[in-house]
Design a binder for this molecule. Sequence first.
Ligand SMILES: *Cc1c(COP(=O)(O)O)cnc(C)c1O
Length: 400
Amino acid sequence: MADDTRRPNSSRATRTDLVHAGTRRSQYGEVSESLFLTQGFVYETAEQAQARFIEIGPDEFIYARYGNPTVAMFEERIATLEGAEDAFATASGMAAVSGALMSLLRAGDHVVASRALFGSCLYILEDVLTRFGVEVSFVDGTDLAQWQGAIRPDTKAVFIEAISNPTLEVIDIRAVAELAHANGALLLVDNVFATPILQRSLDLGADVVIYSATKHIDGQGRVLGGVVLGSREYIRKTLEPYMKHTGGSMSPFNAWVLLKGMETLDLRVRAQAATATHLAQSLQGHEKLSRVIHPGLGDHPQADLAASQMETGGTVLSIEIAGGEEAAFRVLNALEIFTISNNLGDAKSIATHPATTTHQRLPEDQKAELGITPGLVRLSCGLEDMNDLLADLTGALELA
Ligand SMILES: *Cc1c(COP(=O)(O)O)cnc(C)c1O
């Protein structure tokens, strides 16, 4: 299959880079990437140890919290995919989000964020940063006037999730980047729902892109991981010192699993996104549903914006079951292929009831404001046959 999506820092197509970029071979010439399951490294002489502590060369390592060859392969591969100058791999998506923000900010700084955020991201912004004297303003991410009102000359960072969870609202990255840059602020984008395959946030104006690699990048439900991508200056001068001293670095074993995940990332994400589009289109107007939400649908409130910044609408759709929580639970319990869980981007299709699980702790008025209604079910499409999945859903919906 041909693939013409080439990244600015590579002469090769994405699919080729996903298989080869960043590979470092040992003297044995192994085919598959080596798993360097080692905490540290030995030096031939005391002088060599001294030199390495003064300056670490590009293929030199000291201690796995600072860097490891398997982790370096993962960082280089995803930086190539994203078209980023550099990347730092972290223990989880949340280590990436918290590190990206904490390493950048100090007391007295101002941050603006969209309100519809993953619960743990909201916790970092609302509970952690504010404890250290950072002022945080929240806006409705889809309302440009609110961004205009909130971003000020002393704003240091703007944080968004490109597509919100679970109501799949789309934020205009180009417009928010322009406002942030006009005020000297950096735009940090959590790009998990959009995926590195379907949306290139750095090209749209983001300065820093963050992933939970636990989601599509592993995509097979095995390990936690995260990564922060950006300029060499930001990654090496701002983020790396913070991460290596506070301990949120990625395990070499997880990096090895994620390298294998990246080989099939493009194939999986495109297949899963095609399934999500098919399910959304097929379920539109279903008598038991009051809403079907997918950024690829023509009736999505930001359909044009979604089409202008994403290749397709992504691998997740949300449906609102007309009978509320009781009906939603009947549907969830009747599903035979979709599993009830809270991951996303996995090879296995997953159904989540946000109001009682991932967003349970939000006060009722905030749930209502964010559209997290009792009937809302989030569906992450996996790699199963799309017609089997549709039959599973329509069968379960008969019980709603
Ligand atoms: C899952 C997720 C995270 C956190 O990632 P972990 O790997 O679970 O720490 C952050 N942001 C978004 C949008 C997510 O979906």
